[in-house]
Design a protein around this ligand. Structure first.
Ligand SMILES: *[C@@H]1O[C@H](CO)[C@@H](O)[C@H](O)[C@H]1NC(C)=O
Ligand SMILES: *[C@@H]1O[C@H](CO)[C@@H](O)[C@H](O)[C@H]1NC(C)=O
Ligand SMILES: *[C@@H]1O[C@H](CO)[C@@H](O)[C@H](O)[C@H]1NC(C)=O
Ligand SMILES: *[C@@H]1O[C@H](CO)[C@@H](O)[C@H](O)[C@H]1NC(C)=O
Ligand SMILES: *[C@@H]1O[C@H](CO)[C@@H](O)[C@H](O)[C@H]1NC(C)=O
Ligand SMILES: *[C@@H]1O[C@H](CO)[C@@H](O)[C@H](O)[C@H]1NC(C)=O
Ligand SMILES: *[C@@H]1O[C@H](CO)[C@@H](O)[C@H](O)[C@H]1NC(C)=O
Ligand SMILES: *[C@@H]1O[C@H](CO)[C@@H](O)[C@H](O)[C@H]1NC(C)=O
Length: 306
């Protein structure tokens, strides 16, 4: 978890940045399993060599970078603060809510546009070996932000994304944001150690298998209704609104700050939501990248085969 400063009208303290870094890695590893071989062969020229051609390994970079002096400008790109009040009113609105300096929706659009040019550089042979940092950063940001935007509390302004909402989880005093970033995924996977940053962990491989077998209460092809990188603001806004809606439908409507969320049923009820949101993030990321690379095969509204 990271602490830093954020300006929202006044100077506010400090936010945990995202799904825990290892969860970001895992979303990337899940997405890799849905990439076309051609997509993989193009993207591997974009990443710097230390990632060994893996967007999973690269997907956590953005959190560390946001906490460097050089990368501070990108800190607020990890979320969008809705001006609503869950659980009573959830109505994220891009025009109203995207802060000056950018938000996760505008950042997805911006980096998608940059990545398009980078893919052209690879296809024309002018980019290999991760030599263009603007391009490597664009791919790493996309791989990260499509994860963040699926985390309900990255699309909610209440209590600074739940960072100021104190709760107890498993006898530990923490904040609601951290519960959704890490505690619930770990509870869902029944692990006490962080997930691997090198390869897909069993829990996430299980989600991939459920996606392929259509074993979610909502069919995966429906997650891709908006997945055209030519309309990134529209699609990212829809994804953010879905996440934001969970803050009314569960995150704040079921939370009780006087009991232990690990024991009062809250975590159990949150597990299917986290599984769904993580799975959407991974499939959307892969679809986005496949469509960016294979402009010749994918008609804009065409669904990918699972
Ligand atoms: C890099 O990835 C390849 C597979 O793409 C794997 O065989 C190799 O062990 C990896 N290298 C490292 C250092 O992880
Ligand atoms: C979103 O906010 C803008 C600017 O405040 C406003 O003009 C627009 O009507 C809002 N859209 C919706 C759907 O409420
Ligand atoms: C887009 O991203 C680049 C960095 O890749 C940044 O310099 C630029 O300010 C961003 N533009 C917007 C509108 O956020
Ligand atoms: C790197 O890629 C960006 C985005 O397409 C481009 O603007 C820039 O000129 C490239 N840099 C070099 C050194 O080729
Ligand atoms: C939580 O705290 C209670 C009371 O302080 C204690 O009885 C219990 O063993 C603790 N549980 C865990 C899992 O640490
Ligand atoms: C969770 O893991 C523990 C220890 O590894 C094991 O004893 C327990 O049965 C597991 N629980 C579930 C629900 O899988
Ligand atoms: C990957 O995880 C290992 C073990 O937890 C850790 O030592 C290492 O620093 C991590 N690597 C990266 C790039 O985060
Ligand atoms: C629980 O939340 C209520 C209202 O949101 C607040 O007044 C109260 O102080 C909180 N209790 C604890 C123990 O944090």
């Amino acid at each position: 978890m990271f602490l830093s400063y954020s300006i929202r009208g006044s100077l506010l303290l400090a936010l945990a940045a995202a799904w825990n870094t290892d969860v970001h890695n895992q979303i990337g590893f899940m997405a890799e399993t849905f990439l076309d071989p051609y997509t993989t062969s193009v993207l591997e020229h974009i990443l710097e060599p230390q990632y060994n051609r893996s967007i999973g390994r690269a997907a956590a970079w953005a959190d560390g970078y946001a906490h460097t002096d050089e990368g501070r400008f990108s800190y607020q790109w990890h979320w969008i603060d809705s001006h609503d009040f869950p659980p009573y009113r959830c109505d994220l609105n891009y025009t109203r809510d995207c802060a000056k300096g950018g938000c996760v929706v505008s950042a997805i659009a911006n980096q998608t546009q940059i990545l398009k040019g980078c893919i052209d550089h690879v296809k024309s042979g002018s980019l290999t070996g991760g030599a263009n940092l603007t391009c490597s950063y664009a791919l790493k940001w996309i791989s990260h932000f499509l994860g963040d935007i699926a985390q309900p509390l990255h699309a909610s302004g209440r209590a600074a994304g739940g960072n100021f909402f104190k709760v107890t989880f498993g006898n530990v005093s923490t904040e609601l944001h951290a519960v959704w970033d890490g505690y619930i995924p770990y509870a869902a996977a029944n692990v006490t150690e962080p997930f691997s940053n090198h390869s897909i962990a069993p829990f996430f491989a299980g989600l991939v298998s459920r996606i392929r077998k259509d074993q979610f209460y909502e069919a995966p092809y429906m997650w891709l209704e908006c997945s055209n990188p030519d309309t990134p603001i529209e699609c990212a806004t829809r994804w953010a609104r879905e996440s934001n809606k969970w803050t009314c439908d569960y995150v704040y409507s079921r939370v009780d700050n006087a009991t232990d969320l690990a024991k009062d049923g809250y975590a159990v009820g949150a597990v299917p939501i986290v599984e769904l949101q993580i799975s959407k993030a991974a499939l959307r990321l892969a679809t986005w990248l496949n469509k960016l690379v294979r402009t010749d095969v994918y008609a804009p509204e065409e669904q990918i085969e699972l």
